[in-house]
Design a protein around this ligand. Structure first.
Ligand SMILES: O=C(COP(=O)(O)O)[C@H](O)[C@H](O)COP(=O)(O)O
Ligand SMILES: [Mg+2]
Length: 420
């Protein structure tokens, strides 16, 4: 019978073997004592199994509160646990309740992080995964390989009217941008009703597309309860849009999958709330596991933060996240990594040096909108930065060569997002 294996980074005040056995027990037979009916036969078929333990360091302070060690030591380990697929079939919410449920509450742990998930073959047959992914998004925007899709987030995030938003879209489209999106804070506001914004923006985008043959991809934020979200999806589709955005952690796997299953618009997955799930080194989930769940749901584009970003995440972590999006496993289809957060083009050089890929959606919000020459110059600067990065120029050489990029360096180059 097929099994799903999950890898956890754990810390325990007790013996690692015992703690791992409690995890496996709680997450399959499900209680703290043996109960009638829990036969050997049932356990053999359905009990979770500890497959592998790799002992790591021992520390003297617990990573998170909730339990204390009798001997003052807290042992860390990497533990692989497997479950029979029979326990949950192909049911993503129950899979998550099993792999990420009560186990975080067990006192045998003073740290627990889901690092990765290994899915068996049958998952690739049961889930379509990204309908568009990298190739589909390239062909919808007309961006052939050799450079990333370049995009922006309309800023200010809220407060602009549909007409003002459409005016910015007009400027950006003329400058040759590939992708624009609503911020996650924007769906329908008192002065920008969703439908009015779609009408105003798509009028501009369709007009440009008729003239130039290039249709800018605009990710309208449809995040909402299920029925209104479906109505908004349909509205975007009818207006000629090619993309919708959802805040993944807010709409959940069920909502995301329902939307992705429709398969007519590329789905931009925003991961706001990520810090809550990941920022602690010994609590939550790591991106390789996280992205697989959303990929099973069918998301086409997924945020990975960015090199030298404005948030807390390290460059190493961003590079790892990009690699995990580009790895075709488990469905044979990669998801397009969305590089975003404090980007302005200057980071293109290090991003390319470290990842050696252009299969990215590279977005600058403030980095385009606040360019000294205006948003159109901001788009040009981003194009120049990537042209320079891919052709092997150093940032300083590109700044000498390209005027708009030089202006970006002058304005944003001094910014250092500080972190410990
Ligand atoms: O609005 C922005 C970035 O704006 P700006 O370009 O102005 O910084 C996005 O919400 C974050 O990139 C999300 O980051 P994450 O990848 O961590 O979800
Ligand atoms: Mg945002």
């Amino acid at each position: 019978m097929e099994r799903i294996t999950a890898r956890y980074y754990i810390e325990t005040p007790y013996a690692v073997e015992k703690a791992a056995a409690v995890l496996a027990g709680e997450q399959s037979s499900g209680t703290f004592v043996a109960v009638p009916g829990e036969t050997e036969e049932l356990k053999n078929q359905f009990a979770a199994q500890v497959e592998h333990i790799e002992h790591l360091e021992t520390v003297s302070e617990p990573a998170i509160p909730g339990a204390s060690s009798p001997d003052g030591s807290y042992r860390r380990a990497m533990v692989d646990v497997s479950w029979s697929v029979e326990n949950f079939g192909h049911n993503l919410p129950t899979l998550v309740s099993t792999l990420q449920g009560n186990l975080y509450e067990i006192t045998q742990f003073t740290g627990l992080k889901l690092m990765d998930i290994h899915f068996p073959e049958s998952y690739a047959n049961s889930y379509r995964g990204p309908r568009f992914g990298i190739d589909g998004c390239r062909s919808l925007t007309g961006v052939t390989s050799g450079r990333p899709l370049l995009g922006t987030i309309i800023k200010p995030s809220v407060g602009l009217t549909p007409a003002q938003t459409a005016e910015i879209v007009d400027t950006l489209a003329q400058a040759g941008i590939d992708f624009i999106k609503d911020d996650e804070l924007m769906t329908s506001t008192a002065n920008s009703r969703f439908e009015d914004r779609v009408d105003a923006v798509m009028r501009v985008i369709n007009r440009h597309a008729d003239r130039t043959g290039k249709k800018v991809m605009y990710a309208f934020n449809i995040s909402d309860e299920l029925e209104p979200m479906l109505r908004k999806y349909e509205y975007v589709l009818q207006a000629g849009g090619t993309c919708a955005m959802i805040s993944l952690n807010s709409v959940g796997l069920t909502g995301a999958k329902r939307i992705c299953d429709l398969g007519e618009l590329a789905i931009h997955g925003h991961r706001n709330g990520w810090g809550m799930l990941n920022r602690h080194p010994l609590l939550g989930i790591e991106f390789p596991a996280y992205q697989k769940l959303w990929r099973l749901a069918g998301v086409d584009q997924l945020h990975v933060n960015g090199i030298q970003n404005k948030f807390w995440e390290s460059d190493d972590s961003v590079v790892r996240s990009i690699a995990s999006c580009l790895d075709p496993a488990p469905l044979g289809k990669p998801v397009l990594p969305v590089v975003s957060s404090g980007q302005w083009g200057g980071q293109a050089f290090e991003t390319y040096r470290r990842t050696q890929t252009t299969d990215l959606l590279y977005m600058a919000g403030g980095g385009i909108m606040a360019h000294p020459g205006g948003p159109a110059a901001g788009v040009t600067a981003l194009q120049q930065a990537w042209e320079g990065a891919v052709t092997g120029l150093k940032l300083e050489d590109a700044a000498r060569q390209y005027k708009e990029f030089r202006q970006s360096v002058e304005k944003f180059g001094k910014l250092q997002f500080s972190r410990a």
